[in-house]
Design a protein around this ligand. Sequence first.
Ligand code: RB5
Length: 144
Amino acid sequence: MSKELIGIAVDHGGFVLRQPIVDEIHALGFEVLDLGTNDTDSVDYPDMAAILIAAFRNRRIRRGVLVCGTGIGISIAANRHPGIRAALCYDDETAMLARQHNDANVLCMGGRKTGPDQARRMARIFFEMKFEAGRHARRVGKLG
Ligand code: RB5
């Protein structure tokens, strides 16, 4: 069976977390679709979010990670797209609940707010946790 492909896109503020997260996704046994950016030269976070969303739209991926400086701009950008549930997470519990309660399909983080060890832990939790469904399915259904 082929390994699931997980997408990641970051802006210059999120670049510092790109490699640690890529390493963790590999350690989990998934393949990585690395969509850049590839250095700390300035790029616009809506553009990086759009690149990841395009990979959802053409069905290359069904889960991904976005990182900007705070995680705020890139999560706002991603959530403007139907079917995308992007969760800005900052600790183990938010990463867990984003999956269990919100069925989030994009993990967002802030490269200027979160260190590499925490980022790796959140990626592990996020991609291992299952959606609890039940009452949460009704609520997620109302998101459209
Ligand atoms: C870029 O300087 C910064 O604004 C961006 O990475 C992000 O933090 C926006 O929300």
